[in-house]
Design a binder for this molecule. Structure first.
Ligand code: FEO
Length: 396
């Protein structure tokens, strides 16, 4: 248990050992937290719960500040199981309590748990008085599920934002001013890039609405990671910037190679990028973490994909990343493809087609090299990288 303010507590669970999320889809190198909050007023309110395997830890934290049977309201800002997993256990203590959900939350709570709990449905701007304080509900559809909402605690001026503004970051401290903010920002960006990017238009709209509401915000308390206490609106401004799809003048080369020929192409293309004055990073899909690569793609303007041709197709380790590129819908990117081959040589064309499907603007025809590139072909790789770099810079 930790105190945010008098009578407002963090009662969540810290998951130091989790290294994958959403099954095994999303890497979480720094662990995570499932943040749940308890407010004691004339009414006692619990905001969100934790992932089911950490229920015991959650119950211990909760019992330090409250008799669980005295909870009146459970606000479920979002029903994904990392926040609702402990709800069935909590409801065994308080079967007559009211669960507050958004309109879409009715479907998700019933869909996940099939229980006949007392639900109160709230809409944008609805308020509930809990004594000295009011709770105001702010719909946040598609940040990042249809049921997502924020809850604002007046008086203390705390915005409980659920997944938005969070990060997978386990820490012994809960406030941003007490941890290494560089690490927190790395994880916040990775979270945005890998989860929220497809919903950037909703992010922009929601932030505009939030600003129009003109609520004083003294803390932003998400459902993962640290609480933004020092300059809390900094993460809102950062989200706004990220949602616009602005890129750095840089490129990411992502490839895999069977015997080193495509690897060599990648390194010489990188030389050309350097000659054009474009900063770059190179990742091999066989060894680099996919979600880390995607965070780098999110930041960069250019994306170059490379693969040897095998069985008239691509090396398979590129495919999960390509699937994500198509699903995440990064905007304002330019790309090109390359790869070595022995006899058929389809890979650059296939990769260019995937880039186009991912709405990356393909600005150069793909580059091929047969077997191991010779000096002349390596020179072509440098030219390829340089012209790509120059075209990339011309987009700014
Ligand atoms: Fe952290 Fe959408 O769950």
């Amino acid at each position: 248990m930790k105190e945010l303010r008098e009578n407002v507590y963090w009662v969540g669970a810290t998951d130091w050992k989790v290294r994958y999320f959403h099954g095994y889809e999303l890497s979480t190198h720094r662990g995570s937290t499932y943040n749940s909050y308890l407010i004691k007023d004339e009414k006692t309110v619990l905001i969100d719960t934790v992932w089911e395997p950490l229920t015991d830890r959650f119950l211990e934290n909760l019992s330090e500040v409250v008799d669980i049977s005295k909870i009146d309201y459970v606000v479920m800002n979002h029903m994904e199981p990392d926040h609702s997993g402990a709800l069935p256990t909590i409801m065994e203590y308080i079967p007559n309590a009211t669960i507050i959900v958004s309109k879409k939350g009715v479907e998700t709570i019933k869909g996940h748990y099939h229980k006949d709990w007392n639900l109160k449905v709230v809409s944008q701007g609805d308020k509930i008085n809990i004594g000295k304080h009011d709770l105001t509900f702010i719909e946040a559809q598609m940040l990042h599920w249809p049921d997502s909402m924020f809850t604002y605690l007046s008086g203390e001026n705390i915005l409980f934002s659920n997944d938005a503004f969070g990060q997978h970051f386990a820490s012994s401290e809960i406030f941003n001013d007490l941890v290494d903010e560089t690490e927190v920002y790395q994880e916040s960006l990775k979270y945005y890039a890998n989860i929220l990017t497809p919903f950037s238009k909703f992010v922009t709209k929601k932030i505009d609405q939030l600003k129009e509401l003109n609520l004083p915000v003294e803390m932003i308390a998400p459902s993962h990671g640290i609480i933004w206490r020092k300059e809390p609106m900094q993460i809102v401004e950062k989200y706004y910037e990220w949602a616009q799809g602005k890129s750095e003048k840089s490129a990411v080369i992502i490839y895999n190679s069977m015997w080193g020929a495509t690897h060599k192409m990648a390194e010489f293309i990188a030389k050309g990028l350097g000659e054009a004055g474009v900063e770059y990073k190179i990742f091999n899909t066989g060894t680099a973490d996919r979600n880390d690569i995607l965070a780098e793609v999110f930041k960069a303007k250019g994306v170059l994909l490379g693969s040897s041709t095998v069985n008239n197709g691509l090396l398979t380790s590129l495919m999960p990343l390509i699937e994500d590129l198509m699903g995440l819908k990064f905007i304002n990117k330019v790309g090109a493809a390359f790869g070595s081959y022995g006899w058929s040589g389809e890979s650059p064309k296939l990769l260019s087609d995937y880039l186009a499907k991912a709405k990356v603007e393909v600005i150069q025809e793909g580059l091929k090299a047969k077997y191991m590139p010779d000096d002349e072909e390596l020179e072509q790789c440098i030219k390829f990288g340089k012209s790509f770099g120059e075209a990339l810079l011309a987009k700014f």
